[in-house]
Write a protein that binds this ligand. Structure first.
Ligand code: KIV
Length: 279
């Protein structure tokens, strides 16, 4: 699948004209569904650690697993813009390592670009990746890989000081060449201000209606997760219960010998069967 046909920079042309809609995808199947639904891009998010691997947070996923997910999504959505999320410790140690790992997302994962969490503090790393020819999507606000520093997984930018910092972060990211900025869990009014102050598209998650685009986690849209649901999520499908009911029906029918019926079975000719029985 060619990487040249799609450019992340083309998203910039949509700013102010149409809403950019994205979703996470992690495997071949979800990628195929995302492509069929004509999303503007798919993010192979490090949220895979939680929704695909069952970890408590996103710290526990590394490059090896992320590349596996990226490759599967690339096969499932060959004609959709694909952005690979840089996992924890893949870009924090050195600029060289960051460029190398971002390169692997493109070379092996067949992604068109990468996403990096953080503002001003990671600007030089982002600059190095962009200079290496790899498009970068920024990510500010609630950045789960910096949860300890941010005081947990909570709404960001509610004080004047933190709101000003987020505006500065967005501007710095724009300066070092990101093609877009994910804004996560920020008051709607603040993401509006940020959206107006930068020329690149802003993609919101829990950031209200005024960003240039929206992104949600596939499993949240599909209602696949049991239990906790963040306020900013809208379930468009009751996946967990719908799949559970189908599986329960399969269990019941198999136990009661209703499945498989003649319709789902193959048959042998009477002649061969007779031969077998006399043996
Ligand atoms: O990994 C993820 O799911 C994200 C979200 C912002 C979509 O980074």
């Amino acid at each position: 699948m060619s990487l040249f046909k799609i450019s992340p920079y083309a998203l910039k042309e949509k700013k102010g004209k149409e809403t950019i809609v994205a979703v996470t995808a992690y495997d071949y199947t979800s990628a195929q569904i995302a492509e069929a639904a004509a999303v503007d891009f798919v993010l192979i998010g490090d949220s895979a650690a939680m929704v695909m691997l069952g970890h408590e947070d996103t710290f526990s996923i590394g490059m090896e697993e992320m590349l596996l997910f990226c490759k599967a999504v690339s096969r499932g959505a060959p004609d959709t813009l694909r952005i690979g999320d840089m996992p924890f410790l893949s870009y924090q140690v050195s600029k060289e390592q960051a460029v190398y790992n971002a390169g692997l997302m493109v070379k092996e994962g067949r992604c068109h670009g990468v996403k990096v969490e953080g503002g001003e503090e990671v600007a030089c790393v982002i600059e190095a990746i962009v200079k290496a020819g790899i498009p970068v999507l920024g990510h500010i606000g609630l950045t789960p890989q910096r949860a300890a520093e941010l005081g947990g997984l909570k709404v960001q930018g509610k004080t004047l000081e933190s709101a000003k910092k987020l505006i500065k972060d967005a501007k710095v990211l724009e300066e070092v060449g990101v093609f877009g900025i994910v804004i996560e869990c920020v008051p709607a009014e603040l993401s509006k201000v940020i959206t107006e102050k930068v020329s690149v598209p802003t993609i919101g998650i829990g950031a209200g209606p005024f960003t240039d685009g929206q992104i949600l986690v596939f499993h949240d849209i599909m209602g696949l997760l049991k239990g906790f649901r963040p306020r900013f999520v809208k379930n468009y499908f009751d996946g967990f219960n719908t799949f559970k009911e189908a599986l329960s029906q399969y269990v019941k029918e198999s136990k009661e010998k209703i499945f498989p019926s003649e319709k789902e079975s193959f048959s042998l000719s009477q002649e061969i069967l007779q031969e077998l029985l006399v043996d």
